[in-house]
Design a protein around this ligand. Structure first.
Ligand code: ZN
Ligand code: ZN
Length: 564
């Protein structure tokens, strides 16, 4: 190839920035909600109806909360467009003709339980390395294939969040012939396809063919096409089944030489993604930062200069971390939507994804109370129950109705940590009684609102169990546990009761526990033990000061005085 014919480097090509939310365009209307900014961009193109919003996933590992990010981001843009009177389809492709490139260490059953590879038929998976996910038996035996199992969990997650997606199997798009014309077109224009992709991938040489047939003998996706025949009624390629390079290992080819139709294989991802845009008529697609630097620059170039279509409006979202670490199913740092919904209401999770996608965030299970508090605040702002800044008010007014099924002013939200305290007693009547006594449930509260409030107690209880936090104890409310204290300890407890009765912050109470013990010459460790004995009938327990601050004060004071 002579110097003059060399393709431009990627940097020289005109690559549209996919950072839609970070881009400042002078003529943009300022919106309180990011999804409206994106909806403007989509609507300004005057797309055909229905407008198509897409997302997608390759079915490897565990379909966790991080994977739902893309569904939820697309959903809010779809909703913003629907509100403007547009008909919108939200499609989500399972890129399930992708080959299995390595054995996942962790899998997940349909109930959301994580399962080690060793507990399923790993041999069957090992024999299928290199085969499309939809051709691999379901390791759990409950679905048609490995790919189908994964898709089922994704669909369940979207359903649980009440997000209507059309899940589309990429394998079906090939098998039904939906992708056949565009595959043929790419092969007819191989030279241009190669030239465009070579600006992004070094491995693209003159032997590169943008199609990977499935070997008829061993079922693996192969990369060595020896000839292309587009003349006959059914276009075909000839191939030789050679080794596939899969990261740190090689997947052996079987050497078979055969012929495949364009329905019996797949395009490489760099062409497949733009082909999906064309076939599905995609107008908007959010994606993670990995694609922003990788397949988006080539994808939009392929779309414009090979397929001659306009790529969708892009939007890069930030990944979020889970308790400060990246999601990793192999490292066990993973949570599913079904798990999260054991801990909080779906509207709280929907709220999490309504926040600005261009900012990196942490989803903290440890501090889930903060997220729930934030949601409760949003709700209270919406109903004008508390003061808020102008920005907060505008955000709440816009976003809250999209986050909940239906705004209901009579709802009751027990503060999450208070709900966790109630969860320390098993008796449902006692829970309700305390919530009423503490003023969280009004006398005229409707039944549905009370049910909703008490449901959160169960969720906060699950949270305490999962995190083993300070609420993961059984509070002995109904009777004082057996105890025997000396006079000094009893005097110290009386002092502490008086201090708490005055009303103090958690840290102050914690400090006072130390002070009181010293004043009365009681060993600090033993004084804490006395407290744990009185409340939990144990010698150890949570950080006592912050715990006592969260329990209803009347009870705490009476118990310290050993009155009940
Ligand atoms: Zn299954
Ligand atoms: Zn083979």
């Amino acid at each position: 190839m002579s110097g003059d014919d060399a393709p431009d480097s990627a940097a020289e090509r005109d690559v549209e920035s996919p950072y839609t939310l970070q881009r400042e365009d002078g003529d943009d209307t300022r919106h309180a909600f990011w999804a409206d900014t994106v909806a403007d961009r989509v609507a300004n193109r005057e797309p055909d109806e229905p407008i198509v919003v897409k997302g997608g996933i390759s079915p490897s590992g565990v379909p966790h909360l991080g994977n739902v990010n893309e569904i939820m981001r697309g959903y809010y843009v779809a909703e913003a467009l629907r509100e403007r009177g547009h008909e919108v389809r939200q499609v989500f492709t399972a890129d399930d003709r992708d080959p299995l490139r390595g054995l996942p260490r962790t899998l997940c059953d349909l109930e959301g339980n994580l399962v080690d590879l060793g507990e399923v038929d790993a041999g069957a998976l090992g024999r299928n390395l290199g085969a499309p996910y939809t051709d691999i038996p379901d390791p759990f035996g409950c679905c048609d294939s490995y790919g189908d199992h994964f898709s089922t969990i994704i669909q369940d997650s979207a359903d649980a969040l009440n997000v209507p997606i059309e899940l589309i199997s990429n394998t079906e798009l090939y098998e039904n012939g939906d992708l056949e014309d565009v595959t043929r077109y790419v092969l007819e224009n191989q030279d241009r396809a190669r030239e465009v992709l070579a600006a992004y991938q070094d491995k693209v040489d003159e032997d590169y063919v943008p199609f990977n047939p499935i070997c008829a003998e061993c079922g693996k996706v192969t990369e060595t096409v020896t000839s292309v025949d587009l003349e006959g009624e059914t276009p075909t390629v000839d191939y030789r089944c050679t080794d596939m390079d899969a990261g740190d290992q090689t997947i052996d080819g079987c050497g078979h030489e055969g012929t495949a139709t364009l329905r019996e294989g797949k395009m490489p991802w760099r062409f497949e993604w733009p082909a999906q845009w064309q076939v599905l008529g995609v107008d908007f697609e959010p994606f993670g930062k990995d694609h922003a630097e990788g397949s988006w620059p080539s994808g939009q170039d392929v779309a414009r200069n090979v397929l001659e279509i306009e790529p969708p409006v892009p939007m890069v979202y930030e990944w979020f971390t889970l308790d400060g670490e990246p999601f990793s199913s192999s490292a066990g740092n993973v949570i599913l939507v079904s798990d999260v919904l054991e801990l909080l209401e779906p509207e709280v999770l929907r709220y999490f994804f309504a926040k600005d996608p261009s900012k990196a965030r942490d989803f903290s299970i440890e501090r889930l109370d903060q997220l729930v508090d934030e949601f409760d605040r949003l709700e209270a702002i919406y109903f004008d129950e508390i003061d808020a800044s102008e920005d907060e008010q505008a955000f709440a007014d816009r976003v809250y109705p999209l986050v909940v099924e239906e705004p209901r002013e009579d709802r009751i939200r027990l503060p999450y940590t208070f709900a966790a305290v109630l969860g320390m007693t098993d008796d449902p009547d006692l829970r309700e009684e305390i919530a009423r006594r503490e003023g969280h449930i009004p006398d005229d509260a409707p039944e549905w609102a009370i049910d909703g409030a008490l449901k959160r107690v169960e969720q906060a209880r699950n949270w305490a169990r999962r995190t083993e936090n300070e609420f993961d104890y059984e509070l002995k409310r109904s009777a004082i546990p057996d105890h025997e204290f000396d006079d000094a300890t009893e005097d110290a407890l009386a002092d502490l009761a008086e201090f708490i009765e005055e009303g103090h912050e958690p840290d102050e109470i914690q400090g006072e526990i130390y002070e009181t013990a010293r004043r009365h010459d009681v060993d600090v460790g033993e004084f804490f033990s006395a407290g744990y004995r009185l409340f939990f009938d144990e010698s150890q327990g949570p950080k006592l000061g912050s715990f006592l601050a969260k329990v209803d004060r009347e009870f705490v004071v009476a118990r310290l005085r050993r009155e009940r």
